[in-house]
Design a protein around this ligand. Structure first.
Ligand code: NAD
Ligand code: G6P
Ligand code: MN
Length: 435
C-alpha cells in the first residue's frame, strides 16, 4: 500500500483531498495517510483530521489517518508528500493584502508585493522539508500545492536540488471542466495545450479532428458562459480584440495584468469597505464556517461550502497526479515542472506550468513552441521576477528583493514601493529568518 504524507494537513481543503483519494482507491491503494501541521494549526488539524478519518470510515476502504505536529515522525517511508501549508496562516495573507492596498497598490496572495512575500516566507520552509525528505524518504515524490506554487516548486529543484517534484494548481482544472460545454463538447473530445507559468499561463484547444477551437471558446467567453474562473478572482472581462489577436486563452490571473487598472480599483473598493475587506478577510469567514461544519460528528463527506474557496477541485489535479505516477498512467495534467525546452522562450532548466504526460518518471512536458512577442515579453519578465524573488528568499539580500520589486509589473517602482517592502519586512519578521 501507498503512504501519503500531507504537510499543512490542518487546511480546510483536506476533505477535498480525501474525496479525491477515495474516488481513486482502486488504482491508488492507500495504506495510511499522515496529516502534519504545527502548533499554531493544532486545533484545525484535530478537527479536520477527525473529519478526514470519518470520510474513510464511511468508505469501503480501511485507511488510517494519523495526525502529528512533528513531520519527522510522519515522513519515514512516505511514497508521496503533498504540501498545502500557509506560513503565518491567513493573518499573514491579510497583511500581504492590506499593506500594499494601504499604499494604493495591488494586495493579492500570489501577485505583486503580497505574492513575493508569500514566497519569502514559504521557500525556507519548503527547503527544510526537502532536507528532511532526503534523510527520511529519499524516494518519495513531492507534490506541491503551496503558493506561490511556481516559485515554491522551482526553489525545490534549483536550491533544494530535488527533482522528484511536481507543482500543481486548480486553475487549469477549472478551465478544462467548464470550457468544453461552452462550445457543446466534452473534455474527452478536445485536446488542451497549456504553457506559461503558474497563474500566468495561456492555452489553446483543438477538437477531435485536430481543428483549433480556441477562437470558438474566446467567442463563447463573451456570451456570459461559465469559463471556470476561480471563485477568488473578480471577473472583469478581457479585451476581446486582444484575445482574438493572441489566439490563446489567458488564465484567470492574467486579469491582474491585462486589466490592471480595473482589478486594482475593485480590490481597493473591497479593501476600503469595512463590510467586505480583502479576500483573506473574506475567506477567514468561510474558513470559520467550514470548521464549524467539520466539527459535526455526523458529517462524513465534503460540504458544498468548500466551493466558495478559490482552490475548489484541486484534488482532481493532486490525486490524479499521484495516481498517474503510481500507475504510470500518462494522463494529461497541467503541472509545474522543469521546462526542458517545452517553452523555448524560457531557459531549459527553469520551472514552467505546462501540459504534460504524467507517469512513473514524473512529468513529460509537451512542447508548446515559441510565443509571439507580446506573450514572450510578459513571460520572460515574470520568470525573471520569480528568479529574483527565489534568490532573495534564499540569500535574504535586500538589494535582490528590491530588484524583484522593481521588475514586478504590479509594483509602481519608487519610494512608495520601497516603503511597502520595508513595512512587509517588519510585519512578517517572525517568518523571515533569512532577512
Ligand atoms: P491554511 O491557512 O488553512 O493553512 C494550511 C495549514 O498549514 C494550517 O493548518 C497551518 O497551520 C499549516 N502550516 C503553516 N505553517 C506550517 C509549517 N511550517 N509546516 C506545516 N504546516 C504549516 O491555508 P489554505 O487556505 O488551506 O491554503 C493552503 C496552501 O495552499 C496555501 O499556501 C495556499 O496558497 C495554497 N493553495 C494553493 C492552490 C493552488 O492552486 N496551488 C489553491 C488553493 C490554496
Ligand atoms: C485558486 C488558485 C489558488 C489560490 C486560491 C485562492 O484560484 O489556484 O492558487 O490560492 O484559489 O483561494 P481563496 O479562496 O483562498 O482566496
Ligand atoms: Mn493556483
Amino acid at each position: 500500500g501507498v503512504k501519503i504524507v500531507t504537510i499543512g494537513g490542518g487546511s480546510s481543503y483536506t476533505p477535498e483531498l480525501m474525496e479525491g483519494f477515495i474516488k481513486r482507491y482502486d488504482e491508488l491503494p492507500i495504506r495510511e495517510i499522515w496529516l502534519c501541521d504545527i502548533e499554531d494549526g493544532k486545533e484545525k488539524l484535530e478537527i479536520v483530521g477527525k473529519m478526514a478519518q470519518r470520510m474513510w470510515d464511511a468508505s469501503p476502504y480501511d485507511v488510517k489517518v494519523h495526525l502529528t505536529l512533528d513531520r519527522r515522525e510522519a515522513l519515514p517511508g512516505a511514497d508521496f508528500v503533498t504540501t498545502q501549508f500557509r506560513v503565518g496562516l491567513l493573518n499573514a495573507r491579510i497583511k500581504d493584502e492590506r499593506i500594499p492596498f494601504s499604499y494604493g497598490m495591488l494586495g493579492q496572495e500570489t501577485n505583486g508585493a503580497g505574492g513575493m512575500f508569500k514566497a519569502l516566507r514559504t521557500i525556507p520552509v519548503i527547503l527544510s522539508i526537502v532536507e528532511d525528505m532526503k534523510e527520511l524518504c529519499p524516494d518519495a515524490w513531492l507534490i506541491n500545492f503551496t503558493n506561490p506554487s511556481g516559485m515554491v516548486t522551482e526553489s525545490v529543484m534549483k536550491y533544494g536540488k530535488w527533482d522528484k517534484v511536481i507543482g500543481l494548481c486548480n486553475v487549469p482544472v477549472g478551465a478544462m471542466m467548464d470550457e468544453p460545454k461552452t462550445i457543446g463538447k466534452t473534455l474527452d473530445q478536445l485536446t488542451y495545450k497549456f504553457a506559461g507559468l503558474n497563474h500566468f499561463h495561456w492555452h489553446k484547444v483543438f477538437d477531435e479532428n485536430g481543428h483549433e477551437v480556441t477562437k470558438d471558446i474566446i467567442n463563447a467567453m463573451y456570451e456570459g458562459k461559465d469559463m471556470g474562473i476561480p471563485a477568488n478572482i473578480h471577473d472583469i472581462p478581457f479585451f476581446k480584440e486582444q484575445l482574438l489577436r493572441m489566439n490563446m486563452i489567458p488564465c484567470g490571473y492574467h486579469r491582474y495584468y491585462y486589466r490592471e487598472e480595473e482589478m486594482l480599483a475593485h480590490g481597493l473598493k473591497e479593501y476600503n469597505d469595512p463590510n467586505v475587506g480583502t479576500r483573506g478577510q473574506q475567506v477567514q469567514k468561510t474558513e470559520h464556517e467550514l470548521f464549524e461544519l467539520y466539527k459535526d460528528p455526523n458529517l462524513d463527506h465534503k460540504p458544498e461550502q468548500l466551493a466558495k474557496r478559490g482552490g475548489a477541485h484541486y484534488s482532481d489535479a493532486a490525486c490524479e497526479t499521484i495516481a498517474s505516477i503510481y500507475g504510470n498512467k500518462l494522463s494529461h495534467i497541467v503541472v509545474t515542472t522543469k521546462n526542458n525546452g517545452a517553452v523555448p522562450d524560457l531557459p531549459v532548466d527553469c520551472a514552467v506550468e505546462v501540459s504534460s504526460y504524467i507517469g512513473s518518471t514524473g512529468a513529460r512536458p509537451i512542447a508548446f513552441g515559441p510565443l509571439e512577442p507580446a506573450e514572450r515579453g510578459w513571460v520572460q519578465c515574470m520568470k525573471n521576477m520569480e528568479l529574483c524573488v527565489e534568490e532573495a528568499a534564499v540569500t535574504g539580500d535586500y538589494g535582490t528583493l528590491l530588484q524583484a520589486f522593481i521588475i514586478n509589473p504590479q509594483i509602481v517602482a519608487g519610494t512608495k514601493a520601497k516603503r511597502i517592502m520595508d513595512e512587509l519586512l517588519i510585519a512578517h519578521k517572525k517568518y523571515l529568518p533569512q532577512f
